[in-house]
Design a protein around this ligand. Structure first.
Ligand SMILES: Cc1ncc(COP(=O)(O)O)c(C=O)c1O
Length: 459
């Protein structure tokens, strides 16, 4: 039966099989960040805790919390109830009004955000929250340029894509992206882009940003993921963030802390920047703020920035800004994280996870590096441990070539473990409620299928 005939049949019968659901979706929807032709979306029917279930009833361990966002795990009863309650109480009013959930969430945010983050703009995604951050930084400083780093992802809309260093930006260049974004080298002590070695380097990657600020002029802000997420779970050396803060202060440049992925307990602190006691000027987050149950993003600023707009036009907004249906569930999410002590739990689980992953590195010649914080780790695979040559390149990824990481993750999926992979590494970021047994189950699958990469290493 052709796909078209299948979809016609399903719409009239009302009973959809898993195949029909998948076919109808692929015919009529774009699959994100991919060539469309081999997209066969798996029908997911249910999810609970650290597991989800497909239409055929097969269960999968959610080893990367979907897109590193379901921090509470699936189907948390209180959050589910808060969604229903908010829908019953008040589904929508325009952002010029306020609601009880808006006030309650704002009070909760003052409690859990890094000290100094005092005024909030709500969006419905991380990319929009970053767009707000860029506009606020530009309006406040009267300057234009934003410095970002090559290995970064800040979102898919024009400004956030322009700030994204990774190859997802390439398709939009030069006309599809916003202007005035410039790139610095990232901090990557495993494979330093400027060929230094920590600690002798004196944190040269931060010095390079100072050099850029001096030579670019007109710099409004520097944006960083405090631990780079999708692009490698790159943990900076302890001196990096404090040094960057100092440089920004010296030149009157704002520091934007993109915690879309690293926030909400993921790294064993409420927010990652707290590992180094650094206070950003603007903090952006999304994902874990509602454990992804409803779409919410946040751009938070200091009081100093907020005060500026008392007498200057705040030229930004959305119909769905502070959408009530997103705010009630955020309050419930934060309360659940506090009740279950999930931030502390992520920190406590770190040594266990690190130990398990270090054991994989000792065993598998294809594992080049293991790095991370809390329940947020990368396992990077290499063809050659000495030269650190990767199996695939960024270009392979955007040209849709088969990647070694994808072969491994497909085998893991068949075995019931869902894991995110990107060019040459896997991201291990389970829900923060994960048990040791669940970690063991996921790592055993990775252990088994790393043999695919082991067979391809240079001998
Ligand atoms: C660090 C970072 N910033 C921004 C974004 C964009 O968030 P969203 O996909 O909600 O637009 C992401 C998404 O993965 C991210 O990881």
């Amino acid at each position: 039966m052709s796909e078209a005939t299948a979809s016609e049949k399903t719409t009239t019968s009302g009973q959809l099989t898993a195949d029909e659901i998948s076919n109808l979706t692929r015919q009529t929807n774009y699959g994100t960040w991919r060539f469309q032709k081999n997209w066969k979306p798996l029908h997911i029917a249910d999810a609970e805790g650290c597991w989800f279930t497909d239409g055929a009833g097969k269960r999968y361990l959610d080893f990367s919390s979907q897109l590193m966002c379901v921090n509470l795990g699936h189907k948390n009863a209180r959050v589910v109830e808060s969604i229903a309650q908010q829908a019953k109480d008040l589904a929508y009013v325009s952002p010029g009004f306020t609601t009880e959930s808006r006030a309650r969430l704002s009070a909760k945010l003052l409690e859990v955000l890094p000290q100094g983050m005092e005024k909030f703009f709500f969006s419905t995604s991380g990319t929009e929250a970053n767009e707000a951050a860029f506009k606020i930084a530009r309006m406040y400083t009267g300057k234009n340029k934003i410095i970002s780093r090559y290995r970064s992802y800040h979102g898919s809309t024009a400004g956030s894509m322009a700030a994204t260093g990774d190859p997802r930006r390439w398709a939009m260049e030069p006309i599809g992206k916003a202007m005035d974004f410039v790139f610095a080298p990232e901090t990557n002590c495993y494979d330093c882009p400027i060929k230094h070695t920590y600690p002798d380097c004196g944190i040269a990657c931060a010095d390079y940003i100072e050099h850029m600020i001096r030579n670019e002029s007109d710099v409004a802000a520097v944006i960083v993921e405090p631990v780079v997420g999708t692009n490698g779970v790159l943990v900076p050396p302890p001196e990096y963030m404090p040094k960057l803060r100092e440089i920004c202060d010296q030149y009157g440049v704002l520091l934007i802390d993109d915690e879309v992925m690293t926030g909400w307990g993921r790294t064993g602190k409420w927010f990652c920047v707290e590992h180094w006691g650094v206070k950003p000027d603007i903090l952006v987050t999304a994902k874990g703020i509602t454990s992804a149950y409803v779409p919410l993003g946040l751009c938070a600023t200091t009081r100093k920035i907020a005060d500026y707009f008392e007498d200057h036009y705040f030229s930004h907004g959305h119909t769905y800004e502070a959408h009530p249906l997103t705010l009630g569930p955020a309050v419930a999410t934060i309360e659940e994280m506090q009740r279950l002590n999930l931030v502390e739990r992520a920190a406590e689980m770190e040594p266990y996870l690190r130990g398990k992953l270090e054991a994989l590195k000792a065993k598998h010649p294809s594992v080049g590096d293991v790095r991370g914080l809390g329940l947020f780790f990368a396992v990077e695979i290499v063809k050659n441990r000495k030269t650190k040559q990767l199996f695939n390149t960024m270009r392979d990824k955007v040209e849709g070539k088969p990647l070694v990481v994808d072969q491994i993750s497909a085998k893991m999926m068949a075995q019931g473990v869902s894991i995110q992979a990107w060019v040459s590494h896997f991201v291990i970021a389970p829900p923060l409620i994960v048990t040791r047994e669940e970690l063991d189950f996921g790592i055993a699958a990775l252990d088994e299928h790393l043999s695919i990469a082991d067979a391809l290493v240079d001998r």
